[in-house]
Design a protein around this ligand. Structure first.
Ligand SMILES: Cc1cc2nc3c(=O)[nH]c(=O)nc-3n(C[C@H](O)[C@H](O)[C@H](O)COP(=O)(O)O)c2cc1C
Length: 292
């Protein structure tokens, strides 16, 4: 349980800590100061420490010397932010340059500032920067996809998948699997059709397949991807590896995914061979106000 105390000499009874703690209800306003009446309910988001205008909260998970003030001057203006979003692309051509482990560590660390359901912070990462190992994983993935594609030609298997996945998902699965042979052909010609010869493969994994684990991992990944761009790096999410990895014991072993961990997201990182020079257009999403 976190130890939380409020300095009653500093507290100005503004109520901000109690108001932002709207789910856990750790705080109540006393006559002289706010009081952490339910520290056992704290889920460690740190919003109370973050919002207090007079630094009156002493929370042992968030010592003030480790929680620097937010400086608006260091936050990008909206146009810069949008330009960053619009300039990020998935890259499938990498230069031979290696990525330092220090940079990879920093990127993974940046991922943790993303939101997670109930602040569970449950994502961990495997980084593979051994090119031979990445090539082996690529070959193993192609073999797995080919095996599943062959299996899916069986009408009974098709029927079962149709029933289990539903019509649309099953059809999407056929389309994906139909491409397995062309992946194998490209691999045969010496290409890496899964990881594009990227120097680093990252696998984000969580303990359980809880309903939000994937969301948690994706938010972290997107932070990581945007930060990678600012390091001059490029990334590409690799669903084509993540899906078979989640289902194949062989691939799990090959990737050294620990027992009981679920792969939620896989991506490659490397220095791009080409720079993208233009932003492109995207479909404008429908937006319906107050539908009835
Ligand atoms: C969930 C997910 C899975 C993806 N899997 C792959 C993949 O297996 N191989 C690949 O080359 N790109 C993959 N991508 C990248 C998408 O193709 C790419 O994001 C999309 O074409 C838009 O292009 P952009 O990222 O350059 O804006 C994936 C993206 C997402 C979000």
């Amino acid at each position: 349980m976190s130890k939380i105390t409020v300095d009653d000499k500093a507290c100005i009874l503004c109520g901000a800590c109690a108001n932002v703690c709207a789910s856990a209800h750790v705080y109540e306003l006393g006559s002289r100061a706010s009081v952490a009446v339910r520290p056992e309910a704290c889920w460690g988001c740190g919003q109370c420490v973050s919002v207090c205008p007079v630094d009156a909260i002493d929370h042992d998970d968030f010592p003030l010397d480790k929680c620097p003030p937010i400086d608006e001057r260091h936050l990008p203006p909206i146009d810069d932010l949008v330009n960053l979003f619009r300039s990020r692309r998935s890259n499938r051509t990498f230069s031979d340059r290696d990525v330092s482990r220090e940079v990879v560590r920093e990127l993974v660390s940046i991922g943790r500032w993303a939101p997670t359901a109930s602040n569970n912070q449950g994502i961990d990462w495997i980084a593979i920067d051994d090119r031979t190992r990445i090539a082996e994983l690529s070959e193993a993935t192609v073999r797995t996809l080919l095996r599943v594609a062959r299996l899916a030609r069986n009408p009974l298997v098709r029927l079962i998948l149709h029933l289990v996945l539903g019509r649309e998902n099953a059809q999407a699965a056929w389309r994906g699997l139909a491409g397995a042979q062309s992946l194998a052909d490209r691999a045969q010609e010496g290409a890496d059709p899964i990881f594009y010869r990227a120097p680093v493969l990252l696998i984000g994994h969580t303990k359980t397949r809880n309903p939000f684990s994937r969301d948690d991992a994706i938010y972290a990944t997107y932070n990581l991807m945007l930060a990678a761009e600012r390091h001059g790096l490029a990334t590409c999410q690799i669903g084509l590896f993540q899906l078979p990895l989640a289902r194949s014991r062989k691939l799990r072993r090959a990737a050294s995914l620990p027992e009981g961990r679920v792969p939620q997201v896989c991506l490659v990182v490397g220095y791009p061979q080409y720079q993208f020079r233009r932003m492109v257009l995207r479909r404008i999403p429908d937006l319906v106000w107050n539908p009835r």
